[in-house]
Write a protein that binds this ligand. Structure first.
Ligand code: ATP
Length: 457
């Protein structure tokens, strides 16, 4: 199991120097941390320079949390003493869930946000989570019991770039028994979370009351349910492709042309609208909002609906548009200088996102040109050149051609002195491209999503 299960660096486009592992101290993440640190040690012997960073989140919810942290520290110290290239970082959550909030959902959201900040701070853009096939099967069942659609049933992705980090679950297709066998084979000790027996949590009820009977009656349950999640993932990809086709040429600065959506079959109309809403709102829209909009956006009328997460949706002159909300900054931040000359993630909290800088072989900019770039809002009249042999034209036209909704045009522009370098959603201005064969870096603007609802654990 060990090394082969870890994603190959080549798949990530560059070789990560720091690999983060989300380490609770429990059985699964103890095994994953052990396997990753050993894989790094082997690769380092062959000339790589990898460091494994164990990230532990102290939720402050259990009276035993201090003890777990001490055990994690002791375990990591012991492994470091054995020569493994490893260090541990811990983050204590200081806030508490509101009385009305689900503790599980609160802990998950806070944990992912803290894991991300710690990884970014350490310069790691690959973060491993120890979910395995049983976790995937459980997530599928829990989503089905909530009446989820394809997105929920697809459960957890094995690999996903989000907020500047590649979140990877290298053991997602591995049966739980393999992880147990690994732990036994290496004599690993781990902490037992006392809350795992608390029946107030849905996942625990499933594990304790349902799974033993299910596994006995249907020995293939874990594999079959995980397979069903894979099918849902494929269906989800297909839905996204169909939505892209159906929205082609239907989205402009003025919003989404609803007559074109309403002319589609009912299933395609709601699929296209859902896809547009998730881009415009930065989160999935509820089934009731989609139904309401399909019913109420009647040609010749106008309407206003509150958006989840703030702002409003407006239907006017046949087009649906998001007007102000979380994605819209009240006033654009002042122009400032930034160094994007190195591979990694550069946070831009003032703009609500981050930059991902990657080494590429073509289509990038020379690193030396990126050490002093200027970050500024659109002021109007900018000229942008999309391809090497095209001509520069107004940025507004370029946005329209690309069919970018107005709400997505608010990311910061990058300049080198007075030359436009990069436009979020459109990419690099072709006049800035490095020559073939030259060392070069690509840029990507990643607006922060409102939450990190990745699967359910
Ligand atoms: N407190 C934490 N600190 C860091 N990472 C965590 C923490 N809790 C969970 N994780 C990460 O999320 C994964 C799934 O978490 P979950 O709570 O479902 O634990 P689990 O399946 O019991 O795994 P483990 O045995 O590693 O605790 C963990 O394997 C780990 O990678």
């Amino acid at each position: 199991m060990a090394a082969s299960a870890t994603p190959r660096p080549a798949e990530l486009g560059h070789y990560p120097r720091v690999i983060a592992v989300a380490y609770s101290g429990g059985r699964d993440s103890t095994a994953l941390l052990h396997a990753t640190a050993h894989a790094a040690q082997t690769l380092n012997a062959g000339g790589a320079q990898l460091q494994v960073l164990a990230l532990h989140i102290h939720h402050g919810l259990s009276s035993l949390a201090d003890d777990w942290l001490l055990r994690c520290q002791a375990q990591c110290e012991a492994w470091v003493a054995q020569g493994l290239p490893l260090r541990l970082r811990c983050h204590r959550l200081s806030e508490r869930p509101a009385a009305t909030q689900s503790i599980e959902a609160w802990a998950r959201e806070q944990r992912y946000a803290a894991l991300r900040s710690m990884a970014v701070e350490a310069g790691a853009d690959l973060l491993l989570l120890a979910h395995h096939r049983r976790d995937q099967a459980e997530t599928f069942v829990l989503q089905a019991l909530r009446g989820a659609g394809t997105a929920g049933l697809a459960a957890m992705p094995a690999l996903q770039w989000r907020d500047g980090i590649c979140w990877a679950r290298p053991w997602l297709a591995r049966p739980r028994e393999q992880v147990e066998a690994y732990v036994q084979a290496h004599g690993l000790s781990f902490v037992e979370d006392d809350s795992n027996s608390d029946p107030r949590y849905a996942r625990n009820r499933l594990r304790l009351q349902v799974w033993p009977a299910l596994g006995e009656a249907f020995p293939q349950a874990e594999a079959s349910l995980a397979q069903a999640a894979d099918w849902a993932q494929q269906a989800l990809d297909l839905q996204a492709e169909v939505a892209e086709q159906d929205l082609q040429g239907r989205v402009s600065e003025a919003g989404l042309e609803m007559a074109a959506v309403l002319a589609l079959s009912p299933a395609r109309a709601s699929n296209a609208l859902r896809a547009w809403l998730s881009l415009a709102l930065g989160q999935a829209a509820s089934a009731s909002l989609v139904r309401r909009l399909l019913r109420e956006c009647v040609p010749g009328t106008a309407g206003l609906w509150p958006c989840p997460g703030g702002g409003q949706l407006r239907f006017y002159r046949g087009r649906l548009q998001r007007c102000s909300g979380q994605k819209t900054l009240p006033t654009a931040p002042a122009p400032r200088c930034l160094d994007l000359g190195k591979v990694g993630i550069v946070d831009c909290e003032d703009w609500g996102g981050c930059w991902r800088v990657e080494a590429v072989e073509s289509g990038g900019v020379a690193p030396a040109r990126l050490h002093r770039v200027i970050l500024a809002a659109r002021s109007g009249g900018e000229q942008f050149q999309r391809a090497p042999h095209s001509v520069p034209r107004s940025l507004k036209k370029a946005f329209q051609e690309a069919g970018m909704p107005a709400a997505d045009r608010q990311g910061p522009l990058l300049w080198i002195d007075s030359a436009l370098l990069f436009v979020p959603g459109l990419g690099l201005d072709a006049r800035q491209l490095a020559a073939p064969g030259e060392a070069q870096l690509s840029l990507k603007w990643l607006p922060h999503a409102p939450g990190l609802a990745q699967g359910s654990s």
